[in-house]
Write a protein that binds this ligand. Structure first.
Ligand code: FAD
Length: 349
């Protein structure tokens, strides 16, 4: 286990924020189709583990934000929801949202931590704002612990494609701490059963002085299957699936009978068998479902980095020495083109 200590921000920053004995996290809440993203619900759980208040921030275009705020204010653990609506935020790009986030953290701000899921947007937004404030963010944390006695926060995060765990401490005299959260490491927060609605406050949008980025269009892969990132069952295929047609014809019946999401190795994605939104691994999605079925996947460390925390791993591979068997709970040495149809028939019964 590695132990690292974050560098302290420059002394000038110490005057910019009041150190607070009690943590107060500002949580960046992402949404899609009027729903709070599941990864943001996991980030809320992580923010709650700091042991203080959590204020949410919802940003979006006209017509999007209201419904999300209604849902967010019922979430367990949120004491307040800030929201800002503008065409500027359709969609909320890091370049356009960062001046707003930065202004919320300006002098007199009550926040001690800035938290987000480790999403594509946050990977740009959080370092952008933290950099402006000369603070080092900590990314993709798998645990968080705040020590109220000295106001330090300690995180764990995986490094070397998940082969080592680094323990990282943000010291007490770092008055504002930024971190992003690995969603699979924290249970998603749920709505309050009754009462306890969070206070809601609208905040004015802030127009960036300049932005080199323009949003042209969003193209979302549509699927009736569960979302890969949060599905409780995943069936993934690798290079062995030969082409896009056999990939679909082999995996879909098994995914249908299991009610599972479909995933793929990078080799399968690079070869055009599957959309890159389905890639599991170090450079794809990190998943931790109840059941992960790996079909014709060798088990390279970059693939394992995205799925080895799955609760039950089932692997089918014709090579008995394939590394996937080292992490599999159930392994079957055989030809997947024979095994999978038989498995589907048995499961249907
Ligand atoms: P292969 O390694 O070619 O394995 C195919 C397997 O199929 C073999 O084990 C073979 O025995 C088996 N097989 C063949 N025919 C059959 C059959 N009929 N029935 C049963 N089994 C059969 N990879 C990822 O997956 N995700 C990532 O995010 C990722 N990120 C990367 C990042 C970097 C920086 C790098 C360098 C690599 C990354 N990779 C990633 C690539 C990774 O190293 C592997 O190349 C890739 O995972 C291999 O995919 P595969 O297992 O499908 O293919």
């Amino acid at each position: 286990m590695l132990r690292l200590c974050l560098l302290r921000p420059r002394a000038i920053l110490f005057r910019a924020y009041a150190t607070s004995p009690s943590p107060h996290a500002l949580l960046f809440i992402e949404h899609q189709g009027g729903e709070v993203e599941s990864a943001s619900l996991s980030a809320l759980t992580a923010a709650g583990q700091l042991g203080g208040k959590v204020t949410g921030l919802v940003v979006g275009g006209p017509g999007e934000v209201e419904g999300v705020v209604e849902k967010a204010r019922k979430l367990k653990g949120l004491s307040k929801v800030l929201h800002s609506t503008s065409k500027l935020y359709t969609p909320p790009l890091p370049e356009t949202v960062s001046p707003l986030l930065q202004s919320l953290l300006s002098q007199g701000s009550p926040y001690t931590h800035v938290v987000s899921s480790h999403s594509a947007t946050a990977k740009s937004l959080i370092p952008r704002v933290a950099g402006k404030l000369d603070i080092q963010p900590v990314s993709d944390v798998t645990s968080v612990q705040h020590d109220a006695s000295d106001n330090s926060t300690t995180y764990t995060r995986l490094i070397y494609a998940g082969n080592a765990v680094a323990t990282v401490k943000a010291p007490a005299d770092m008055p504002l701490k930024f971190f992003t959260v690995r969603a699979t490491a924290f249970t998603a927060a749920s709505p309050q059963n009754e009462g306890g609605e969070a206070e809601v406050e609208a905040i004015d949008p802030i127009t960036p002085e300049s932005s080199p980025t323009t949003h042209v269009s969003t193209s979302l892969a549509k699927s009736d299957r569960p979302d890969l990132g949060v599905a409780s069952r995943v069936v993934s295929g690798g290079r062995a699936l030969k082409n896009a047609e056999t990939f679909k014809a082999t995996l879909d019946p098994l995914a249908d009978v299991l009610g599972a999401a479909v995933g793929a190795s990078r080799a399968a994605v690079d070869a055009g068998y599957a959309d890159n939104s389905l890639q599991v691994g170090q450079t794809g999605k990190v998943v931790a479902p109840e059941l992960y079925v790996a079909l014709g996947i060798s088990g390279a460390i970059q693939h394992l980095a995205g799925m080895k925390d799955s609760k039950l791993i089932v692997a089918v591979n014709k090579d008995a020495d394939a590394p996937i068997f080292q992490v599999a709970d159930v392994g079957l040495v055989g030809d997947l083109f024979e095994v999978v149809p038989e498995l589907v028939e048995k499961l249907k019964k």
